[in-house]
Design a protein around this ligand. Structure first.
Ligand code: MEV
Length: 314
């Protein structure tokens, strides 16, 4: 192929604290994961608008608006064109991604953000982070039903955030590096399912579940203080407690609990599930020297892949 007219990237994300409770108004903290990313390249078209996925050999065409309405990639492109007041262009978008799908890394939001960035740049009208975020949120609603908006926000702004639904975004400064292992599990459950199960539990036991949400919100607030003051050690027990509370919300499972336990036994400071739960990924707070031992323990006991990530530079 020739050189692309424009390119757009977006990385993945992980939630450090507050998932699920954030859907019900509590604060949560999320960080971008730039080691994995989605990439959209725009090429001149051959008479129509297409989005091609060379890695899985699939393609989607724009056609008339209603015909693409079910596909999130096409919907993203349509929302971008509507926002910019542009007709459907004669272009091909080639989309690639190294973000594991359905794993709690925000893969859907990242591919939408990459398309939005590339397409708006190709049209000479690059979207601001805020405009892009609004578009990606619309697409997230298609995938996840009632998302809080945290995934699209951290992905579009590519900065650590302290997020409260319907409140202005607050960025978090990481005062000291945080060494994390992110273990990707072989199974996953759609976020839509776990979010709706938690909502059901809340309707059934409002007072008990409200107390859990409040406690998770308290942890997020305390964690923000610890992150911003460089008290990284304090985050370990907070992660463990957040995991126990998520378990009470029924979104953990045997493998996630077991891997968190094993990581702690192998020397981790804290461990918790991250994202929607019942599969996807767990995050483990480590001291750098224990990285190898804990990675081995996770891989030997059921994790598919383990990423090492240092938040806040070194
Ligand atoms: C998913 O990454 C995070 C959840 O809290 C859902 C949401 O906030 O929309 C589980």
């Amino acid at each position: 192929m020739s050189e692309p007219i424009a390119t757009g990237y977006a990385g993945g994300k992980i939630i450090l604290f507050g998932e699920h409770a954030v859907v019900h108004g509590q604060p949560a903290i999320a960080v971008p994961l730039t080691s994995i990313r989605a990439e959209a390249e725009i090429y001149p078209g051959n008479g129509e608008f297409r989005i091609v996925l060379p890695e899985v050999q699939r393609e989607f065409r724009f056609l008339r608006p209603q015909e693409g309405s079910e596909n999130g990639l096409i919907v993203t492109a349509r929302l971008v064109l509507e926002k910019l007041g542009q007709p459907v262009p004669d272009m091909t978008i080639s989309l690639k991604s190294s973000i594991p799908q359905k794993s709690g890394f925000g893969s859907g939001a990242a591919v939408s953000a990459a398309i939005g960035r590339a397409l708006s740049a190709a049209l000479g009208m690059p979207l601001s982070d805020d405009e892009l975020n609004r578009i990606v949120y619309e697409v997230e609603k298609m995938h996840h039903g009632t998302p809080s908006g945290i995934d699209n926000t951290v992905i579009c702004y590519e900065k650590p955030i302290y997020f409260v639904r319907n409140q202005p975004i607050e960025f978090v400064t990481i005062a000291r590096p945080i060494h994390l292992l992110v273990a990707n599990l072989p199974h996953s459950t759609p976020t839509k399912v776990t979010v709706s199960d938690v909502r059901f539990l809340y309707e059934k036991h409002p007072r008990r579940v409200e107390r859990i949400f409040n406690r998770i919100g308290h942890i997020s607030r305390e964690a923000r203080k610890a992150i911003e003051s460089g008290d990284v050690e304090a985050l370990g027990p907070m992660m463990n407690e957040n995991h126990r509370l998520l378990k009470r919300l029924t979104v953990s499972d045997d493998l996630m609990d077991r891997l968190c336990r094993l990581a702690l036994r192998a020397g981790a400071r804290g461990a918790k599930l991250s994202g929607g739960g019942r599969g996807g990924n767990i995050i483990v707070l480590i001291d750098k020297p224990s990285r190898g031992l804990i990675t081995d323990a996770l891989l030997k006991n059921g994790a598919d892949r383990v990423f090492y990530s240092v938040l806040g530079g070194s």
